[in-house]
Design a protein around this ligand. Structure first.
Ligand SMILES: *Cc1c(COP(=O)(O)O)cnc(C)c1O
Length: 394
């Protein structure tokens, strides 16, 4: 088992195929030793040195494991990067990425960043003297104004959560490059099916693979892909040094989920568009947030940098009381945190993901007591609409 599972010729070929084909033929889809139809789960921690002068390719599974390597190569092919890394969760991937910076460095971060990332920066990394400025990244002037002599990075999340604000990825990445900063982007909401940030100039793309990539609400995982080898070597050192790697069983399950990413995303996106339009046509809905809607302020930018609008729709039902009524009356969606699964998931940001945020800040950001976030799954959309209709009517 000393040599790699992936055949070089297959790997090279993978880059030329269209995305839907790459999702299935990513280079490691079969076992090169047996022809088995999936990558073996290499449930081993250490590797025998047959000849002490020629160590095996992998020596210890924290540093490298063939099953994890197959997944890492898979996401690298999908994002069009140089090197990929699998972590035990999205937060583990994000934490490792921020470890690229040192005490005294400054990073510019999108203000409506994922709650766990906000907590990492303000409660943990702040103790290690990493300085952060949160800005509205849809406004490039605000990003530029945040630059300091010690600024080393820019961290983007687009569309943002839960109000789906769109950042101009090309513009921010180009500005970061001009100023010698590392640009990082959390691509969880779009996935490489819709949006490939490395192609738009970003240096590092990060995923909570727990969401759309895994797609079944059953695997917690994080992924990182770097644009170049130099950053790749740094992330590799961090992954090994921090030890927050993804276990091999979960690597295998994640690959299994990822193979259907295209089929799932395209189905869910069609349904999400229908849901957004259906909600917008209703008089009893205060506001609908979806980048595919005509009146979404970021729609043009979204279309210039992404191949779609995603499967998450947020909407304001007017009051906290009404939101709770809907949550308690829906029959089909899971009422839960998280998103990006085969089943629809209805979240209540004010009491779930953004509960820790002061009410005044929440209001300012549009995260009102009446805001709900619908992650559209694979159910029949007419059933989802009928269900939501009865819940809205109480
Ligand atoms: C869920 C999520 C994360 C965190 O990922 P975990 O796998 O839960 O650790 C990070 N970013 C975004 C946008 C998320 O939705």
């Amino acid at each position: 088992m000393a040599d790699s599972h992936c055949s070089q010729s297959k790997e090279q070929h993978a880059g030329q195929d269209r995305f839907a084909t790459r999702l299935i033929h990513f280079g490691n889809e079969i076992c090169q030793h047996t022809g088995a139809s999936s990558v073996p789960i290499m449930q081993a921690t250490t590797f025998h040195h047959e000849d002490i002068y020629h160590p095996p390719k992998h020596d210890y599974s924290r540093s490298g494991n063939p099953t994890r390597e197959a997944l890492e190569q898979y996401i690298t092919v999908l994002e069009g990067g140089t090197r990929g890394f699998a972590f035990s969760s999205g937060m583990a991937a994000i934490s490792a990425s921020f470890m690229l910076f040192s005490a005294g460095d400054h990073v510019i971060v999108t203000e409506d960043v994922y709650g766990g990332t906000y907590r990492l920066l303000t409660s943990i990394l702040s103790r290690f003297q990493l300085e952060v400025t949160f800005v509205d990244m849809t406004d490039l002037e605000q990003v530029k104004a945040a630059l300091r002599p010690n600024t080393k990075g820019v961290y983007i999340e687009t569309p943002s959560n839960p109000t789906l604000k769109v950042t101009d990825i090309r513009a921010v990445a180009a500005w970061a490059r001009d100023n010698g900063l590392i640009s990082l982007l959390d691509n969880t909401f779009m996935t490489p099916y819709h949006q490939r940030p490395l192609e738009l100039g970003v240096d590092i793309v990060i995923h909570s693979a727990t969401k759309f990539l895994g797609g079944h609400s059953d695997v917690l995982a994080g992924l990182v892909v770097t644009k170049d080898d130099e950053l790749g070597a740094q992330v590799k050192m961090l992954q090994n040094g921090l030890g927050t790697v993804l276990g091999v069983q979960d690597c295998w399950l994640l690959m299994r989920g990822m193979k259907t990413l295209g089929a799932r995303m395209s189905h869910s996106e069609v349904s999400a568009k229908r849901l957004a339009n259906w909600l917008q046509a209703r008089e009893d809905i205060v506001k609908v947030y979806y980048p595919g809607l005509e009146d979404h302020p970021g729609r043009d930018i979204q279309e210039s940098q992404s191949l779609g609008y995603g499967a998450v729709v947020s909407f304001d039902v007017g009051s906290g009381e009404r939101a709770k009524q809907v949550l308690n009356h829906v029959r089909l969606p899971l009422v839960a945190v998280s998103l990006g699964a085969v089943e629809s998931i209805l979240s209540y940001p004010a009491m779930m993901s953004h509960a820790a945020m002061p009410a005044s800040v929440r209001q300012e950001r549009g995260i009102t007591d009446g805001l709900l976030r619908f992650s559209v799954g694979l159910e029949h959309i007419e059933d989802l609409l009928a269900d939501l209709d009865q819940a809205l009517q109480g």
